[in-house]
Design a protein around this ligand. Structure first.
Ligand code: GH3
Ligand code: MG
Ligand code: MG
Ligand code: MG
Length: 315
């Protein structure tokens, strides 16, 4: 089974490590005033390799949560001196959503509707004590699976499936935030539209699949060239856009012309063919315009590039 996946690929090794140490990266906080009960829950979790932290009351739980953003799940006892489990849950929900930090309320109390009260203030689940370790583990897994599913969906909703770059929606959502920050702090900002020249010819000559490989190749070249704080997105088809903060016109012309040249020099190898493409890039460095207007200006510059011979940068 193991050998079916190419054993020499880095991805394979990473996935294997993740599978073996899956739970080591998941931190769970146990809030309970009884040290005996905390130790019991800690042991249940550590059997499955989770990283566990302990809090003996609500205040300590809040402190630990604010200092450890990696925490994914809180097991909250109802009866605690000071802030009880319900108040703790309510306080946490002012800052952390259900899909970012799960909470399971637990209690030995027979108070009526306690489970409903926990769920109403924002707990993901409730378990009455004493519980079977098997059930405890199932509930924990269920909560963590939900968090992981939401994380994957969120990630998928902002990415382009073919290239892995951000998609147009994310470009505008995040771009608008960057844009207003740049305006506020009087920072420079560059927005670029990048379009592959005569891309239809690539599809016509080598086929659509080869065209896709070229798109992926250009996307890789693009994403490797910008800072993590910049946004590199696939705008659609064979068009990409970049928003680079702290970049003035002079720097933009240099950076995008280097990018243009590196794409011109590089080749995509597909099924024995070696394909090279060029790109035209229009840039706008006028952050006093709205993001939409900046893109429209960049697009107009791109059009000028196309009209004046392609394979060039204009700002
Ligand atoms: P120009 O230099 O004027 O930009 O010419 P062009 O051929 O690149 O421009 P045009 O807009 O006429 O054609 C773009 C082509 O890109 C048409 C379309 O089939 C192709 N295309 C768009 N999305 C994809 C995709 O996801 N995969 C592949 N393989 N081709 C795509
Ligand atoms: Mg186009
Ligand atoms: Mg076109
Ligand atoms: Mg094109």
């Amino acid at each position: 089974y193991v050998l079916k996946e190419a054993p020499d690929s880095l991805d394979y090794v990473c996935n294997l490590v993740k599978r073996i140490y899956k739970n080591k990266y998941i931190s769970i906080l146990v809030a309970d005033d009884s040290a005996t009960l905390r130790r019991h829950v800690r042991r249940l979790l550590e059997v499955h390799d989770f990283s566990v932290m302990e809090a003996s009351d609500g205040e300590e739980a809040l402190r630990l949560l604010s200092r450890n953003p990696a925490l994914r799940l809180l097991i909250a006892e109802y009866h605690m001196p000071g802030m009880d489990g319900l108040e703790l849950t309510r306080a946490i929900r002012r800052e952390h959503r259900k899909e970012d930090l799960a909470i399971i309320g637990v209690s030995a109390s027979t108070e009526e509707l306690l489970s409903a009260r926990f769920l109403k203030v924002g707990a993901n689940d409730y378990l009455a004590k004493p519980f079977a370790s098997e059930e405890f583990y199932c509930r924990v897994t269920q909560c963590l699976d939900m968090l992981e599913l939401v994380r994957k969906l969120k990630e998928a909703s902002i990415r382009d499936a073919l290239t892995g770059l951000y998609n147009r929606r994310y470009f505008f959502d995040a771009g608008k935030k960057f844009h207003s920050l740049a305006l506020r702090d009087s920072m420079t900002l560059a927005v670029a539209m990048i379009d592959i020249d005569f891309f239809k010819k690539v599809n016509d000559t080598h086929g659509h699949k080869a065209g896709d490989e070229v798109l992926k190749h250009v996307a890789e070249g693009l994403s490797g060239r910008f800072r993590g704080s910049d946004i590199v997105a696939r705008y659609g088809g064979e068009e990409f856009c970049v928003l680079a903060v702290n970049m003035n016109r002079q720097a933009a012309l240099t950076v995008f012309d280097e990018l243009r040249r590196s794409i011109e020099r590089s080749r995509t190898r597909v099924d024995g063919a070696s394909i090279s493409v060029t790109v035209s890039i229009g840039v706008c460095c006028e952050p006093h315009k709205s993001l939409e207007e900046m893109l429209a200006t960049a697009d107009a510059m791109l059009y000028q590039c196309k009209r004046s011979g392609r394979n060039r940068v204009l700002a």
